[in-house]
Structures are given as C-alpha cells and as structure tokens.
Design a protein around this ligand. Structure first.
Ligand SMILES: [Zn+2]
Length: 678
C-alpha cells in the first residue's frame, strides 16, 4: 500500500460551434486568437501535452508528459472540437494514454456529454448524458471508464445512481459536499470541509445493494492552486503536498481544479504542474496518478453527502437556477434574478419538445428511449448514422424516414446543449456562454417547427421576457434574437457560400464546411456560365437537397450569388458579405493571392495596399473582418496591417462603411474610437 500525491484536471469548454453551421464563430474577446477554444488550446491544452523543464543536474532540458502521471477528464464537446481543430493535441494525447504504463482508465475518466448540472436534469436526460459520455470515452480510449466527472461536481443520490447503474465505479467531489462519515466500527461522525479526512476513499450506499466510491480533493490546496497562484512555485508545492500526506502511509493528497488553471488562468502553470509531478515522483518516489492508487484501495469508510451540492455554489445547486449570491464577474448592483426564468423557460422547452420527439420517434423505431440513448454512439463516431437507424428501426426505413429519425435525435441533442452549466454561471445573461445556450434553443425550436410542426417560439420568447440583462438593459427575448442574428444558416445560404467559393477558386472550393457536404452535379444548365447545380447534404441528418446557383463578380472584392432549390422557382440573392466570414475570407484570399490560397496574412497585406490606393467597395468591411478572423491567431505584424486597413476604411468619410461590422474588430485592436465606441 503506497500513498498518492497528485493532480486531477477537469478540462472543459462549452460547445462554441455555431449550431446551424458546425463551425466556431469568431470570438473577438479571445483576441489575438480567433476564438476561446484556439486561445485556451495554445495556452493550456497543447502546452500540457509536453512540457520542457530544465534538468536538475546538468543545465540541459527534458520533456515531460504530465497528463500521463495525473488524472483528468475532457468534456466530450471539447474533445470533439480538439479532434477536428487541434488534431495534434488529440492524437498526441491518445498516443500518450495508450502507451502509458497505467491503463487509460487509471488516467482519464469520463464526463457527461453536455456539461449540465445533473441534479437539475430530467432523469431520462441525465441517463442519456451519462450514456453519451461513456460512449465518447470508449471510442477515444478503447476501454470502459471506471470514473466519471460530474460537471461542477453537481451531485445528489439520483445522480450517483445514474452513474452506478451504467457501471461507473467512482467520482471526485470536494470536502464541502460531505455531511457525515461512518467509520468501519459503524459510528457516524459529522464532518465539515475542515474535519473531513480526504486521504482515504469513501463509499456511498445506493439502492439495490449498489455502492459507488467517492474520492475527495484536498480542499485547501485545491482552492489555493485555483485562486491563489500556488502553482507558481512547483518545488515548494510538491513539498507542501507531500507534507500534507497522512503518516499512515497509504493516503491521498489530490489537487482538483479546472485543467485550464494551468497555463490559461495561471500563465506557465503547465510548467509548475510538471515540476510538481517530477519532484513528487523522483525526489519522493510517490505515485501521482489517482487511478493507479485507487486500484489498491477498498473503501472501508462510508460517507453521507449533502442532499444536493456542487463545488462552486454554497447553496446546493441554486447557482444554476436562482439568485443565490454566488457569482463570477459582474459589477456592483448587478442582479442574477434572470437565472430562474432562464431555467424555467428551458425546462418548459425541454418538456414540450421531449414528449413530441418521443411520440414522433415511436412511428419509426422500436424504442424511442433506446434510440435516443444509443445516439451517443453516433455522436462519438463509433457508429454510422445509417447503421444506427437500421439497428433501431421497427421496419425498414427509406432515406426520407432515416433522415427524419436523425433529425429528431439532433433536435434532442441541441436541446441538451441548452443546459450547459456555463449559461447560468456568470454575472449576466448577455455573456457569450448564455448566448451559446440560446442559439441551441433556437435551432431546437426551428427544427422542431420543421420536423414536428410545433410552433414553440411565441411561448418560449414570452417566458424569456422575464430574463433581464444587467449589462445590455434588454430582456431575454431580445438576447435570444441577437444570439441568432447573423448566425442562422439555412441550406440556401450554404449553397450560395459554396457557389461563391467556386466562383473564386473553382475545384479548390471546400466540399466540406462544418456540418455540410456539397457535391457538384453534372449541370442541367451547362450552357450558362457560372451556373452550378449542387447537392447539399447535412451530414448529421443525411438530409439532401439540390440547389441551382448563379454567381457574378461585381467588383474587385465583391460578388452576388443567386440561389434556388430545384423544387422552387424563386431565386434568392445574396452579397458576398452575407455568406459567412469563413467564405468571405476564402473568396477574398483566392482573389487577392491566388485561387484556393489560405495565406490570409498575405491577403490582409494586399487588402491594405488596395484600400490605401483606392476607394472602398461594398464588401470591403466584411472582407477585412473575415481576414482578421480567419487565422488561429493574428501575428503582431498582422495586427499592424489590420489597424492600417481600419484607418483606411474609416477615413473615407463619404463612403458607406458598415461601422457595425467593424466595431468588434476595432475594439479588439484598440481602435474603438474609429467606430464611435469606447
Ligand atoms: Zn450559491
């Protein structure tokens, strides 16, 4: 029996993808990075994969892989993004975990698919969130998870039951969540966060003879590593952790914090963590991985938890449904009365949609419940969508019915995404985290109208009127409308975007764009130049529609696209600037540099030269914003180009430049006064 002194890291970001498009939009607050995922990946996730430390003895350096010596979970929505946008991080991590001395389940634990407060979730949603999280884990790590992280460590007995029923053996909580413990002699003792002995694992008794193990993080050290910069001096922290080990010889000191603490919240915290792990292992010869230690432990103490609790709220889980007083950010006088009506509006939406989804699914599949539960396998990439529908269909289904089943599953997924805990976490509902949640609600409502014939928008927005933003001085219905404005994509807009790229780059136009796939059909209208016939497939639902487009270049950096579906005679017209920043950037770069180029920085320099030399055209503001946001991050030289371009655009006073489009970028580069802001 040996002790353990180490870290548990909870890695998570909300699902930042625009749910209509499947790509993350620019988040100018993350400047000079294009969005928060990119920024935090650079500062933390990529940094934590391999850390270079000076060697103790000879002045050289060595490479450490601290995650293979720790415990961690990665929220499935974040892991999906890493797989697509930071494959180096995803693959390096997978390689490290599968080649580590310990099995994957000793290092990584699972997490529910959506970062929802499970005690506040509907029981059937909770079961599916757990099932989807397990499916994601199994596909990534090749074995069943032993542990599961609970978002915000939000827990009650029903939540633990849901975990145990699905084979989860342990979870990690904080000492504030324990009420009393029973020693092996059967005596119960009241405990608080200071008196709870966190050096041993505990057992929680559940129904039907089931139990689950709970490991508690070290309260004081976990708190100080997250909020006091304890990680700045790794050697000293290692000594402190070892000093905190009990004298009995096989206890635990576990520092539990958000993984983003190391490198993102605390600059160079990745170095600090790696040096702690190195010193504990080499100098003290002590195990640092929770999972390996837990394999040697059989809990003999029982714990009774608070009826419902979480690590970042002192009032149960009120933080995610009422104005309990716990808040992050904000200003004097701000209120959080908005939390309750937001929760109630989304609960109402869930009830209205869930029953309708179940009823409609029952027309096609044997068991709606099994179908929705197993959809996690599709989301994890373990199962193709067609196979999934075949497995559950009550009788063979045609392509149309297959897409309908998949659409119902996608409505349900968007509905669950509304409940990410971050929507309630911060001081104001105008923050980006609540906006993300409202966007998913908009997609669920929109697709619910199309697939289920439900008109839920009037009642939902009526309920949102009780949500009030401190920051923007508007109600939730306005926030909901703003959350969707300029983010809503329909098939016609996607088809038009492809046509514009094809006009500029021909066969180098993207066939894959977020959740969409395009194939050019042999043209029916081949006699007409710049006319395309294309089949558009929404990849999650396999819904396929055929569109006809006509394109015309209308200026140095502008274009007009007309689109119509083959079933509909009416043409709809778009300007380049309407088609989405990613399309604008690719089209402009094709024209400025060369067809198909993705050298956005070169395009930016050429744009500046043109703007300084000539008058501006219609879409120039949109082009500048798109180019500024196209790269993972903008270099200092690129930032200089952006400032010059902004000056050129806004100095030509008689031209109609869209200042509203330019404002977020101008603020990001410190030129808010150019667009009349501060
Ligand atoms: Zn609270």
């Amino acid at each position: 029996m040996a002790p353990v002194a180490g870290f548990f890291l909870h890695f998570y970001q909300p699902p930042r993808e625009n749910p209509w498009l499947g790509l993350v939009p620019n988040e100018w607050g993350a400047w000079p990075f294009r969005d928060w995922n990119e920024r935090i990946t650079e500062e933390c996730y990529r940094a934590m994969i391999a850390v270079v430390l000076p060697r103790d003895d000879d002045g050289g350096t060595e490479l450490l892989e601290p995650l293979t010596r720790s415990g961690f979970d990665i929220g499935p929505t974040l892991h999906r993004w890493l797989e697509r946008r930071a494959p180096d991080v995803d693959r390096a991590l997978a390689h490290q975990v599968t080649h580590a001395a310990a099995p994957a389940s000793s290092l990584a634990i699972a997490a529910p698919f959506v970062h929802a407060i499970l005690p506040l979730a509907h029981a059937r949603d909770r079961d599916r969130l757990v099932a989807w999280g397990i499916a994601d884990y199994v596909r990534r790590f090749g074995e069943a998870p032993r542990g599961m992280w609970l978002p915000e460590t939000g827990v009650d007995l029903e939540t633990l039951e849901a975990l145990a029923r699905q084979g989860i053996e342990f979870t990690i909580l904080m000492p504030t969540q324990a009420v009393q413990v029973r020693d092996p002699d059967g005596e119960w003792h009241h405990v608080d966060q200071h008196s709870l002995d966190t050096s041993r694992p505990y057992m929680v008794r559940l129904g039907e003879g089931r139990t689950i193990t709970v490991v508690f993080g070290h309260g004081d050290l976990s708190q100080r590593v997250a909020f006091d910069g304890l990680i700045d001096d790794g050697e000293r922290l290692a000594d402190t952790m070892v000093g905190a080990l009990s004298t009995e010889g096989d206890g635990a000191v576990l520092l539990v914090a958000d993984g983003e603490t190391y490198g993102h919240h605390h600059r160079f915290g990745d170095l600090g963590l790696a040096s702690v792990v190195r010193r504990i292992q080499r100098h003290y010869g002590i195990e640092t991985s929770l999972g390996e230690w837990l394999r040697t432990q059989e809990p003999t103490f029982e714990v009774e938890l608070a009826a419902v609790s979480a690590w970042s709220c002192a009032h149960g889980v009120e933080r995610w449904r009422s104005e309990c007083g716990c808040v992050t950010g904000g200003q004097d006088g701000w209120r959080q009365e908005w939390r309750k009506p937001l929760r109630e509006a989304l609960d109402w939406l869930r009830d209205a949609l869930s029953d309708a989804i179940d009823a409609e699914l029952a027309r096609y599949v044997g068991s709606p419940d099994d179908t929705l539960r197993d959809y996690g396998g599709v989301l994890a990439g373990a199962l193709g969508p067609v196979q999934f529908v075949e497995d559950h269909a009550a009788s063979p289904l045609d392509a149309e019915a297959t897409s309908t089943v998949l659409e119902l599953c996608e409505i349900y997924r968007n509905l669950l995404c509304c409940f990410t805990s971050c929507a309630w976490f911060f001081a104001d509902p105008a923050e980006i985290e609540t906006t993300i949640s409202l966007r998913h609600a908009a997609v669920a409502i929109e697709h619910g109208a199309r697939t289920l014939g439900l008109d839920l928008e009037p009642e939902f927005t009526r309920r949102l009127r009780d949500v009030h933003s401190n920051h923007e001085g508007v109600d939730g219905a306005v926030l909901w409308r703003r959350a969707s404005e300029r983010y809503r994509f329909d098939e016609g807009l996607i088809a038009a975007g492809f046509a514009a790229e094809h006009l500029a780059a021909e066969h180098r136009a993207r066939r894959e764009r977020g959740s969409w796939h395009v194939e050019i059909e042999p043209s029916l209208a081949g006699d007409e130049e710049n006319t395309l016939l294309m089949a558009l497939t929404h990849t999650p639902t396999l819904r396929r529609r055929v569109f006809l487009t006509r394109t015309e270049r209308t200026g140095p950096l502008s274009a007009r696209v007309q689109v119509r579906s083959v079933e509909n005679e009416a043409w709809v017209t778009f300007d380049l600037g309407d088609l989405g920043a990613d399309v604008v950037a690719r089209v402009a770069t094709s024209w400025l540099v060369e067809p198909g180029s993705s050298d956005y920085e070169a395009a930016l320099n050429l744009l500046v030269a043109e703007l300084l030399a000539q008058r501006v055209g219609g879409d120039d503001a949109a082009v500048l914003v798109a180019l500024a946001g196209a790269q993972r991050w903008v270099t200092p030289a690129g930032e200089v180009s952006i400032r010059r371009a902004l000056l050129a655009l806004t100095s030509q006073g008689d031209q109609a430049v869209d200042l509203e489009i330019l404002a977020p970028l101008a603020r990001a580069v410190g030129l808010a006064d150019l667009v009349g802001g501060s």
